[in-house]
Each structure stands twice: as structure tokens, then as C-alpha cells.
Design a protein around this ligand. Structure first.
Ligand code: TYD
Length: 213
């Protein structure tokens, strides 16, 4: 079986993480080995960078560079090798989050992000001409006002969760723009529904992309 790279995206409070385990189980039931991981993070070094990015004040370029540094390590140590073994890699957030949060949310220069994306995700060895990106991105789309209500009762917010609703309006627009640029990779999941209905859409998207039988 060839490797399959699936990412989950959406604004904070959209509910993507609550479906991770079920997606993983469904992939396994289809006979796939699954590597479940997240960004920023997924390796000891990248998890250290995650702690810094989520908690320490820093300027936008430093933030973007740390996130891409974490991604570089994650791709080299975990994602690339798992895909080479033919596994399914299920990753909670990836580069679309950088375009949505650092780009649209913080207003960081998109051309610089595109440059970093190319640099960090370029394959090595015989595949050097190609570029590593997800095969399927499940985008949990929820109105920012609804997400804010869900988050209000949650735990202590990190640097992103503490942002005002206007920030998440921009992040949501950032996701919509990325989805428009690569519609065959993105599956928009309407997250403004009861969990069972959301799960139905997730399953449909996995079937349509032949990730599960
Ligand atoms: P999140 O998946 O929300 O983790 P948790 O469910 O544990 O809170 O991710 C943490 C935060 O990191 C989230 O607010 C979005 C932010 N983030 C970025 O700003 N840029 C990125 O490139 C990534 C991957 C995440």
C-alpha cells in the first residue's frame, strides 16, 4: 500500500480533535497502519518548539520560523519515514494552519510563507523535484462565533486561543482561501452540526478520497 498523508484543520473549537481517534480506527479497519501525530510537534524537538510558540511572546517572523523549523524536523523524523513505509499519516494540523493563523490571522507576508513552505517541504534524494503535501485535508468549518462559545468553557487558553473573535474570522477566511487554491485536496466538513452528522461527512470524504473502503 502506498503512503497516505491526511491532515485535519480548522479554527480552535471547530471540533477536529474529537474525531481523530475514530478516523484512525477507521483507517486501521481498512487494513492500514496509522501514524497519529500533530503540529506544531510530533518529535521531541518539535514538541519543545511547540511549547515556546504556544506560550512565549515573539515577533511574527520568529513565530513562523519556529513553526517551520518544527515542521522540518517532523517531516524528516516522522512523516517522511512513515509514508515511505506505506503507512497512513494522520496529522492534527499542518501547513494550512500556518497560512491561516500566521498569514491570515497575524497578517504575516504570504509570499514569505510560500517560500518557507517550498523550502521545508521539498523532498530529498531521488524525489528532489517533488514537494511533500497532504493527499487529503479535512477542513472542519465552523462559524467563529460558535467556536468562541464552545471554547469559553474550555481549559486555560494558549496564545492563539486567547485571541479575539476577529482574529478567528481572519483565520477562517485564510482556510477558505487555501481550500479554494487546492480544491481537490480539501474536503470541507460542516462542523456546525451534531457530532454524528459531522462524522458522516468525515467518513464520506475518506471514502471519496479512497482512504478507506
Ligand atoms: P491545536 O491543534 O489547537 O492544539 P490543542 O487542541 O492542543 O489546543 O493547535 C495549537 C495551536 O497552534 C492552534 O491554536 C493553532 C496554532 N498553530 C499555528 O498558529 N500555526 C501552525 O502552523 C500550526 C500547526 C498551529
Amino acid at each position: 500500500m502506498s503512503g497516505l498523508f491526511i491532515t485535519l484543520e480548522g479554527i480552535d473549537g471547530a471540533g477536529k480533535s474529537s474525531h481523530l481517534a475514530a478516523i484512525s480506527e477507521t483507517l486501521k479497519a481498512s487494513g492500514r497502519r496509522v501514524t497519529l501525530t500533530r503540529e506544531p510537534g510530533g518529535t521531541p524537538l518539535a514538541e519543545k518548539l511547540r511549547t515556546l510558540v504556544l506560550n512565549d511572546a515573539m515577533d511574527p517572523l520568529t513565530e513562523a520560523l519556529l513553526i517551520f523549523a518544527a515542521r522540518r524536523d517532523h517531516l524528516g523524523q516522522v512523516i517522511g519515514p512513515a509514508l515511505a513505509r506505506g503507512e497512513a499519516v494522520l496529522c492534527d494540523r499542518f501547513t494550512d494552519a500556518t497560512f491561516a493563523y500566521q498569514g491570515a490571522g497575524r497578517g504575516f507576508n504570504l509570499e514569505t510563507l510560500l517560500l518557507l513552505e517550498q523550502l521545508i517541504q521539498k523532498n530529498q534524494g531521488p524525489e528532489a523535484a517533488s514537494f511533500r503535501k497532504p493527499d487529503l485535508t479535512l477542513w472542519f468549518d465552523l462559524p467563529p462565533g460558535v467556536a468562541a462559545e464552545r471554547l469559553a468553557s474550555a481549559r486555560q487558553p494558549d496564545r492563539f486561543e486567547a485571541q479575539p473573535q476577529a482574529f478567528f474570522e481572519r483565520v477562517a477566511q485564510g482556510y477558505a482561501a487555501r481550500a479554494q487554491e487546492d480544491p481537490s485536496r480539501f474536503a470541507r466538513i460542516n462542523a456546525h452540526q451534531p457530532p454524528d452528522a459531522v462524522w458522516g461527512e468525515v467518513l464520506n470524504a475518506l471514502r471519496q478520497h479512497r482512504a478507506v473502503t
